[in-house]
Design a protein around this ligand. Sequence first.
Ligand SMILES: [Fe+2]
Ligand SMILES: [Fe+2]
Length: 304
Amino acid sequence: MNGGEGLTRAPKVQIGIPVQRPTSWWLEILKRRAERMYDEKLDLSKPVEFSSDEERKACIAFFNAAYRAEESGLSGAHKLAAEVREWDPELAECLVLYGNEEGWHRELLEEFLHHIGGGVTPMGWMVRSFYRTYSKAERMESVMLTNLMFETIGATTYRLSLRGVKQPLARQVLKILTRDESFHIPLNVHFIREILKRHPERSRLRLKLIYHVVFRSLIFMSYGSRKVAAGFDHMTARDLTTAYVENLGRLFAQEQDLDFRPPRYILRAFGVTEEKLAEEGPGAISVEAAEKAARREHVEVREL
Ligand SMILES: [Fe+2]
Ligand SMILES: [Fe+2]
């Protein structure tokens, strides 16, 4: 149903760049990205040097958290693809290809973890209960919005950690993940919009509730992660949490049709104003951001 749709234009947009694209556009890009995805390899020719065993363990904890996020992205996307196929096969195909990209990230992380003498470790109680709740989400809108918020904090964490992480191989992994998540964020917004078209009111109310619950949980989890990962990424709880509040808050600041507003008291607590969130420039979820991130070879990853 989406393939032949025209482009929808809205006032808050730069000239020539549409606010939304049809599913066929996303599918074509995803197919192109899939063609050469597996050709990109990690440079495992040298061992990764750590200043201490504590740093190595913190690195293993850091990338295990990333591994779990990739794993849940992959399974969520493929589960939804099966459900969506009935009413929109093109959208289902997008979900499959998107899930495959997360699957590829998961493989890279596994490879990296083994290379540094680690591996996939069992999750801590907080992370486990969070993912357990997430995996019980049946409705498409719940899965997609949670996923989008995961992608956002993932990209934020990776970009911030690039400030302090020096090991070339760890930086290569962080850059690959950041680069691809910057495309996944607007892609997930497309998925959400398509679901909203199908169930406008039911979905919108549910999404607002999820947005608020997940927002608070992720802020809480960022504090938990400091205990195990700070020895590697060198980020303070305050810096990381403020970046989460800003980036999760900014997510929908320029997409007025979605109308999700972050909790004001949390913004205040971290010194983030609504004006700052609405600053000019393309938002992370905009089609402009997707166009910039679509061709992997053209993306320049910068630390936050
Ligand atoms: Fe990913
Ligand atoms: Fe992703």
